[in-house]
Write a protein that binds this ligand. Structure first.
Ligand SMILES: [Zn+2]
Length: 403
């Protein structure tokens, strides 16, 4: 196939300096380009910058963000329930729609090299599917800039809000990719009811699950094992994620190892964001045990947190700092959480900078992955399926061809 474009002087993660040929939105060649080629196809000189695959944000909330609005101070109280109730008092009355705010955040992420996202979207008795409709519209508008998976997230609870299970089922029929859950004991006080209910929808509709588990210590551990048991029973291995799992860092080493073995055997993954003020799950132990661990930004300047920028390299640095990851191989682990591990969890095919993979990548001035994470400088160029979606730290209004 003839090339559509050529990126020259690209530094790969392994240190090699190569030219990357793009054809049909994919990486067609990777190596030394024939000198004559650069005269015949549009060419962009990357100047020796590092070229890495588009980043994967495995946990975020597009419907909650305040991006695009003047600064608003944090309005919720100190508890999770206060944040849930504050959401309902603020989000429906904002002067900027869910679709617009979600779009603002998608573009902010794209500008920073993120090309794949998994977002949770609140489904509750008050807003029903309104937020899902807004986020679906934003995703449709940004189809050529990033891929987005949507989790139908019952933030206010399931069993304590009769009718929510039907709404979750409807959300999946109308475009959500996964079913969510939240703290089956702490929020619902009915772990069997919630977990049986959401797993039944997943089984019926053939989708995966991603369950927010903030519950501490033994309470959370109980639900980790309940989730693993249902995943095994329904053959859903590889399609179930526990979000946060703070409990895994709050129990004895023996309990944590047993939980890790159960998760690895069942095919239950864990997504973390290195939450402030809370324990970090033992990332390295979990990975050593065979658990797929990945990462996301979670709240980005929203009703739950004033912090966050959408930058996954900064997030990897935060997780690495919090986990005391100092050696290069440990910083590379932090990078894996926001790239290849996330791609495996989200089921993204042919991920990576390799021949045959989609030309979905970003460039950054850095000598290698550890420096890219630690310094997280602005991204110079971001490609999605072979087209330029961001340049010099800003998203383009529409994707442009290379050259
Ligand atoms: Zn979340």
């Amino acid at each position: 196939m003839p090339l559509d474009a050529l990126l020259t002087h690209c530094r790969l993660a392994d240190g090699r300096l190569v030219d990357i040929g793009v054809a049909g939105g994919r990486i067609a060649t990777l190596g030394d380009a024939a000198p004559s080629l650069s005269n015949s196809v549009p060419t962009l000189d990357i100047g020796g910058d590092l070229v890495l695959p588009g980043l994967v944000d495995g946990h975020m909330h597009l419907d909650k963000t305040l991006m695009g609005l003047p600064w608003m101070g944090h309005a919720a109280g100190p508890t999770r329930m206060s944040r849930i109730e504050t959401d309902k008092k603020i989000l429906p009355y904002l002067p900027v729609s869910t679709e617009e705010r979600a779009g603002n955040l998608i573009r902010d992420c794209v500008a920073r090299g993120t090309t794949h996202l998994r977002t949770h979207v609140d489904i509750d008795l008050e807003s029903r599917l309104a937020k899902l409709d807004g986020v679906l519209a934003a995703c449709e508008r940004h189809r050529g800039q990033a891929s987005v998976q949507i989790v139908a997230f019952p933030q206010s609870g399931v069993m304590r809000c009769p009718g929510v299970l039907d709404l979750l089922d409807q959300a999946v029929r109308e475009g959500a990719d996964l079913v969510g859950g939240i703290d089956p004991l702490e929020i619902d006080r009915d772990p069997k009811g919630q977990l049986d209910g959401i797993f039944a929808i997943a089984g019926r509709r053939g989708v995966g699950l991603d369950i927010h588990l903030h519950e501490p210590g033994e309470m959370g551990l109980f639900n980790v094992h309940e989730i693993c048991a249902r995943t095994r029973a329904l053959g859903l291995g590889g399609k179930v994620t526990i979000s946060h799992g703070f409990c895994l860092g709050q129990i004895t080493e023996r309990q944590a190892k047993a939980a890790a073995e159960a998760m690895a055997e069942a095919g239950v993954s864990l997504v973390t964001h290195g939450a402030g003020g809370l324990t970090l799950p033992p990332i390295e132990m979990l990975r050593d045990a065979g658990v797929l661990v990945f990462a996301g930004n979670d709240d980005i300047r929203d009703t739950w947190s004033p912090y966050g920028t959408g930058d996954l390299l900064e997030r990897a640095a935060i997780i690495g700092w919090k986990g005391d990851f100092r050696r290069d191989d440990q910083v590379e682990t932090a990078f894996d959480l926001v790239s290849a591990a996330g791609a495996r969890a989200l089921g993204i095919a042919d991920y990576g900078v390799a021949v045959g993979s989609p030309a979905t990548l970003f460039t950054i001035p850095a000598g290698g992955v550890p420096e890219a994470v630690a310094a997280h400088r602005p991204r110079k160029l971001v490609l999605f399926d072979g087209r330029i979606v961001a340049r010099d730290g800003a998203a383009l209004p529409t994707p442009m061809p290379i050259g």
